[in-house]
Design a protein around this ligand. Structure first.
Ligand code: PEP
Ligand code: MG
Length: 561
């Protein structure tokens, strides 16, 4: 038995046999073929129709939106014009593999040039081409394997489309050698409630068929476990399922201190999931997600409809709506389409709204109208607020429109450091730990090469969170957390110890965080926060807090996770 380490997503535990995701196939050589063209054409036809039939079978089994994606792929595989392109290359002396590789690449370029919906299908062609090539070579196709039994998937990393299509009945757990806690894979795994461990570099040594226990709470993979260890893991998973299926309660610490548990949402239709998971309201509604593909600013009427739908889903509950957050990773053409050398440091968030104040005013108008038509408790906030003056500008404007609760997102060290003065103008602060980490650590949150810096456990980030927490307590104003950090069960407890009064996250993470809060008293969260702040770096903070938490007494009758 050996133990590998990584960063756990959530706190689930699962066990099962490993199946490794195949690496992409190397491109074939472009050397002239002396094989019979007729036989090569037949080989391709056979491979293509087998791949199309496999995709169709998967489509039938998948259902829902995955079915549509896979059916479209099956049709593309057998597209006659693609077949003609392959045949033409074989007739010119190419072997079957090169002809497939080259014809699919040409088709991909054409689709990309068309753009729009067809352009978006271009990446699907790579997957089909890889499947056909694998068939021609007689090897396993890359992509999510389908061994016909439940398994623990081990991969370098997953494309978002792969993660979104994971069959939760089959994939017991996910281990990636690359990626960190804020990678797309981790975010999607959290959203789907998959037991996952990311950044487990030594998982590259695991081989297909080997039985492992994946413990996301501990951040470990145990290889070749004993029967007793498997039984313990099974029991923990069953206890956790039981705790998660109990009717959700309001978020609270072991001593009864309430910590509101709220949802991060990107569209009104997601409200049902949040309600089902027991969200006590919405802590972050990302309005820009509604309009990412719009060339023109949305109209007041179109916005009013969306906001009314959202607010109606939360009668009498708090709903925090963020003004359009354009820029860097979320470009909105109608707010800022200028080329910037450093877009994360550019005209983004409130800065770009201020530069187009009519759009900001229209959004506030739509929100005020939706508020008047519904019973929810609407709070509005501005993204990426840096200065006290910006805070006064935004909250003043919101009040002009009759919006009674106006606050700011603290995502920049400047506003965290002056949180006391920011909170003199704002009714509340909500800390966006994704951007606050990016700006504190000077590490682009989109850039893999600096992903190691993008860790909200870093004591520098936590010290800033503490500044805001202390300022909030002094001013008796709420301080929420709405970045990914709130969805990490161990870190969530530390954030509460630093002064967070509410936590907002993807609905699928709520159950784990609810459970984690019930295990600690307010005093204990403060002690754990001090331990984190005393560390030199993120890894040190994480491991010191994990160790200290493990030695604290359990406040639950039974340990459920
Ligand atoms: C954040 O930065 O933490 C945040 C919640 O906002 P977004 O992830 O949308 O930038
Ligand atoms: Mg942000």
């Amino acid at each position: 038995m050996t133990e590998l380490r990584g960063v756990g997503v959530g706190r689930g535990v699962a066990h099962g046999p490993v199946v490794r995701m195949a690496e992409p196939l190397p491109a074939p050589e472009n050397s002239p073929s002396d094989l019979d063209p007729e036989a090569e054409r037949a080989r391709v036809r056979e491979a293509v129709s087998t791949v199309a039939a496999e995709l169709q079978q998967r489509a039938d089994a998948a259902g829902g939106s995955s079915q549509e994606v896979l059916e479209a792929q099956a049709m593309i595989a057998e597209d006659p014009s693609l077949q003609e392109e392959v045949d033409a290359r074989i007739d010119q002396g190419a072997g079957a593999e090169w002809a497939v590789h080259d014809a699919f690449a040409g088709f991909r370029a054409t689709l990309e040039a068309v753009g729009g919906y067809l352009g978006e299908r271009a990446a699907d062609l790579d997957d089909i081409a890889q499947r056909v090539l694998a068939h021609l070579r007689g090897v396993d196709a890359p992509g999510i394997p389908d061994p016909g039994h439940p398994f623990v998937l081990v991969a370098r990393d997953l494309a978002p489309a792969d993660t979104a299509l994971l069959d939760l009945e089959q994939v017991l757990a996910l281990i990636t050698t690359d990626g960190g806690p804020t990678s797309h894979t981790a975010i999607l795994a959290r959203e789907k409630g998959i037991v996952a461990l990311v950044g487990a570099a030594s998982a590259g040594e695991l081989s297909t068929g080997q039985v492992v226990i994946v413990d996301a709470a501990a951040g470990t993979v145990t290889t070749d476990p004993s029967a007793e260890q498997i039984e313990r893991a099974r029991q923990r998973a069953a206890d956790r399922d039981a705790a998660r299926s109990a009717p959700p309660t309001a978020g609270a610490l072991a001593d009864g201190t309430p910590i509101a548990l709220l949802a991060n949402l990107g569209k009104p239709a997601d409200a049902a999931d949040a309600v089902a998971e027991g969200a006590e309201g919405v802590g972050l509604f990302r309005t820009e997600f509604l309009f990412l593909s719009s060339a023109q600013a949305p109209t007041i009427a179109e916005q009013r409809t969306a906001y009314t739908e959202l607010l109606t889903a939360f009668p009498a509950q708090k709903v925090v709506v963020r003004m359009l957050d354009a820029g860097a990773d979320k470009p909105l053409a109608f707010l800022n389409d200028a080329h910037e050398e450093n877009p994360a440091l550019g005209l983004r968030g409130l800065r770009s709204l201020r530069a187009s104040e009519d759009i900001l005013r229209e959004q506030l108008t739509a929100l005020a109208e939706a508020d008047a038509a519904t019973a929810a408790d609407l709070w509005v906030m501005a993204p990426m607020v840096t200065t006290v003056e910006e805070t006064a500008y935004f909250t003043g404007l919101a009040r002009e429109y009759g919006l009674k609760t106006a606050g700011v997102m603290v995502e920049v060290p400047a506003s965290a450091l002056l949180a006391d003065r920011v909170l003199a103008h704002a009714d509340f602060a909500s800390i966006g730990t994704n951007d606050l980490t990016q700006y504190t650590m000077a590490a682009d949150r989109l850039l893999g090469s600096v992903a190691g810096f993008q860790d909200p456990w870093h004591p520098a980030v936590l010290r800033l969170v503490g500044e805001v927490g202390t300022a909030g307590a002094r001013a008796e104003k709420p301080v929420g957390i709405c970045g990914e950090a709130a969805a990490d069960p161990l870190l969530a407890v530390v954030l509460v110890g630093l002064g967070a009064t509410s936590l907002s996250m993807a609905p699928a993470a709520l159950a784990d965080i609810r459970l984690a809060l019930t295990e600690r008293t307010l005093d204990e969260t403060r002690r754990l926060a001090e331990i984190a702040l005393a560390a030199d770096d993120a890894a040190g903070a994480r491991s010191a807090v994990a160790e200290a938490a493990a030695s604290l007494p359990s406040h639950q009758k039974e340990t459920t996770s």
